[in-house]
Design a protein around this ligand. Structure first.
Ligand SMILES: Nc1nc2c(ncn2[C@@H]2O[C@H](COP(=O)(O)OP(=O)(O)OP(=O)(O)O)[C@@H](O)[C@H]2O)c(=O)[nH]1
Ligand SMILES: [Mg+2]
Length: 627
């Protein structure tokens, strides 16, 4: 009976995963808890604390916490501060972890030994997990585990997180350590070590390393050889451009058949409902509101997945850190911190994780500069808008004999996003904060063959995020837009389509004068406002507005637009979307990360000015074009 009455902390120990960046903490966390947090082959992927549950062999429900990577508790950047605060129990409302699981890349133990020695001073039960043991074995690195364990005074287990190897051993160790948790085992306080102590720790780590780890019999020569080409200033840059070029070609040429299929499906569905239901409000709601609106956004799923297929593959392979290295000169010249590449890269998915990734930058000014320009990189919510306009107005033909013009324009829009981010950073550096940004400091990870399971997981995650948005925020916006576009009903015998008399029509006509100088029609004006909730909604709004206006008919939305808009207006709409400060959640996250209202206000104002200016310029120039 006595065994049933356990201390609460023993039944549910809190376990923190700590370790250097890119050693596989999140891979281990996912394997232990069944979570699907992002795993990628570059440092600085995790920037916040994530928790999950794992059941130990002895039946304990362990709370596992995944943390940003760090080299020491002497945190320099906000992501490292998260790790320090969790490990030291300084986070409000959260007790200190009972057990530390220190995760190490078994092929690269030098820096983690110092971290282990630092963590050991806290006096908490700890285990060292030698992860990536598959690579260590392949390279023939010989580690005297017994000796290492004795020298460090902590138990050691080996693991291959991505193959789910060693999980049982880690959890058994958690069980064993949980026995040692007690009121007396309260952690010691931590204080910054002096320079002398740091040097001593460094010497001690080197001594232990020499004694217990023998260099690899078959060192990884691939990474060096590939880097000779991929990091070459000329060859490397050309390869980077070629990869980007191919990516956008594929986005257009591979996606078309799938998009046509989804589009045909929605049209069939629309027609089915139109036949099934009597004409009236319900039919209009389902056919024009839900199916035409949400359907016109969902069509773009294949393109989003194709783009992310490439991005995830490159991230997993370890190429992205190289791309950062190649871009460094350019970014440095623009006044961006070397580590700003990761936030900008994450912003291709969405500006929100991108802005949060800026936590890897320790210098506050460099971090704020990055946060202010991250929303300019093309997030995936812009893809439906770009693709719709491109497929309506840019002919599908080859240029130079091999390049698909539509893919080329898409590439150009992405390039416009990146170049404007660099240009704005340059201006911010001149206007707000003079002085050079900090130099480049990113560890180049060893290349790894992409893991198909991880790629599949990443793609499923993207699909789920997109579908969830379509089912929640986009759907509810579409219901609202349908309502605004259907009521009030037109007066009897009114000429022109009903939508002209609706609230949306009135609203569109009211703000139209503001947008007429940049070539926008009142329908485009209507599409912009709910775009604040989610950019893709603009596409859905156009779907509904033109469907209700009777302009879509049996054709696609792109056909309807091609018949209604001038080329100049369409290009102005694209230019607007490159810069427009859309999506309120981005502004909210900027407020949170900068802890002030000033920065989101500045962000909103400068992006709005850029969007208006760019659309104006594009519209005027394109209007001059003959024909
Ligand atoms: N071969 C091999 N690869 C691994 C193993 N564990 C993780 N990886 C890979 O190592 C890379 C980094 O893994 P993550 O789990 O993102 O590393 P992390 O420690 O969470 O990194 P940060 O969040 O950036 O600190 C990914 O490409 C993983 O697929 C392993 O045991 N063996
Ligand atoms: Mg991680």
């Amino acid at each position: 009976m006595a065994s049933l009455v356990q201390e609460p902390c023993c039944t549910a120990p809190r376990v923190a995963l700590v370790g250097n960046p890119n050693c596989g903490k999140t891979a281990l966390f996912n394997a232990l808890t069944g979570a699907r947090q992002k795993v990628a082959n570059f440092p600085g992927v995790t920037v916040e604390r994530k928790a999950g549950l794992a059941l130990t062999p002895a039946g304990r429900r362990a709370q596992i916490v995944d943390l940003p990577g760090t080299y020491s508790l002497r945190a320099r950047s906000p992501d490292e501060a998260v790790t320090r605060d969790v490990v030291l129990g300084r986070l409000a409302g959260e007790a200190q972890p009972d057990i530390l699981v220190c995760v190490a890349d078994a092929t690269n133990l030098r820096l983690v030994l110092r971290l282990v020695m630092e963590l050991r001073q806290l006096g908490q039960p700890m285990v060292l997990v030698l992860n990536m043991f598959d690579i260590a074995e392949r390279q023939g690195i010989r580690i005297d585990r017994e000796g290492l364990s004795q020298a460090l005074g902590v138990p050691i287990v080996t693991a291959v997180a991505v193959r789910r190897r060693g999980l049982e051993a880690v959890l058994q160790e958690v069980d064993a350590l949980a026995e040692r948790i007690g009121p007396d085992a309260a952690a010691h306080d931590w204080r910054e070590p002096t320079a002398q102590e740091i040097r001593a720790a460094h010497r001690e780590a080197e001594r232990i390393l020499k004694l217990t780890v023998k260099p690899p019999l078959r060192p990884d020569t691939w990474t060096g050889r590939l880097d000779g080409v991929l990091l070459h200033p000329v060859a490397g840059t050309l390869i980077l451009l070629a990869i980007l070029f191919l990516m956008f070609q594929a986005v257009f040429s591979w996606a078309t058949p799938l998009m046509d299929l989804i589009d045909a499906g929605f049209r069939l569905l629309g027609r089915g409902f139109a036949e099934l239901l009597p004409p009236g409000l319900l039919q209009s709601f389902l056919v024009d509101g839900v199916i035409a609106g949400v359907g016109s956004v969902l069509v773009f799923l294949p393109q989003i997945l194709i783009l992310f297929f490439f991005i995830i593959l490159l991230e997993d392979f370890g190429y992205m850190a190289r791309a950062a290295f190649l871009m460094d000169r350019l970014m440095g010249a623009a006044g961006l911190h070397g580590r700003a590449f990761i936030p900008l890269l994450s912003s291709f998915a969405c500006a929100i994780p991108g802005i949060m990734s800026a936590r890897v930058i320790d210098n506050r000014r460099d971090r704020f500069t990055t946060i202010l320009v991250a929303p300019l990189t093309t997030c995936s919510a812009r893809i439906p808008v770009y693709t719709l306009i491109i497929s309506a107005f840019i002919p599908e033909r080859l240029v130079w004999g091999f390049a698909n013009l539509q893919g080329l324009v898409m590439f150009g829009l992405y390039a416009a996003g990146i170049l404007s981010a660099l240009a704005v950073a340059f201006v911010i550096r001149r206007l707000l904060w003079r002085g050079a940004a900090e130099p480049f400091l990113i560890e180049l990870p060893a290349y790894k063959l992409p893991d198909p399971a991880n790629v599949a997981r990443g793609l499923t995650l993207r699909a789920r995020i997109f579908l969830r948005r379509a089912g929640t925020i986009i759907f509810s916006m579409m219901v609202l837009i349908w309502f605004l576009s259907s009521f009030p009903a037109p007066p009897p015998g009114a000429p022109g389509p009903a939508i002209d008399y609706s609230l949306a029509g009135l609203l569109g006509h009211a703000i139209h004068p503001l947008l007429a100088p940049i070539g926008f029609s009142w329908q485009m004006a209507v599409a912009l406002i709910p775009g604040m909730a989610a950019r893709e909604v603009a596409v859905g709004v156009l779907g509904t507005v033109y469907s209700l206006g009777g302009e879509v008919g049996g054709g696609t939305l792109a056909h309807a637009l091609a018949g209604q808009w001038s080329l100049a207006s369409a290009l102005a709409f694209l230019a607007w979307y490159v810069f427009a400060p859309q999506c309120a959640s981005t502004l909210a996250v900027v407020r949170r990360e900068t802890n002030s209202l000033l920065w989101p206000t500045i962000l909103f104002a400068y992006m709005l000015a850029l969007a208006y200016g760019a659309a104006f310029l594009v519209f005027r120039l394109a209007s001059l074009w003959p024909g």
